[in-house]
Design a protein around this ligand. Structure first.
Ligand SMILES: [Zn+2]
Length: 82
């Protein structure tokens, strides 16, 4: 991280004791997207650490092409999309 970028990640926050402290902002994780149409996948918006705590079945659908949306998967199985 560059020193100039640090200000974007930190905010001042007043603690219950009245002292103002620098607090690191949580980074927003982007949505999982379909590999073909780039639409958002109907999946939990979690970062890597949170995903690692989920069970295997909660991470992704157990069907062919889990990285694609259901529409694109159907098209691919029929051979419409390469
Ligand atoms: Zn798609």
């Amino acid at each position: 991280m560059r020193r100039a970028d640090r200000g974007k990640l930190r905010t001042k926050k007043k603690t219950p004791s009245g002292i103002t402290k620098w607090v690191m902002k949580k980074r927003r994780v982007s949505h999982a997207k379909c590999g073909i149409c780039k639409n958002k996948l109907n999946r939990a918006r979690l970062d890597k650490a949170q995903v690692s705590k989920l069970s295997k079945t909660q991470r992704r659908p157990s069907r062919p092409y889990p990285e694609l949306c259901s529409k694109c998967m159907r098209a691919k199985l029929k051979g419409l999309v390469k």
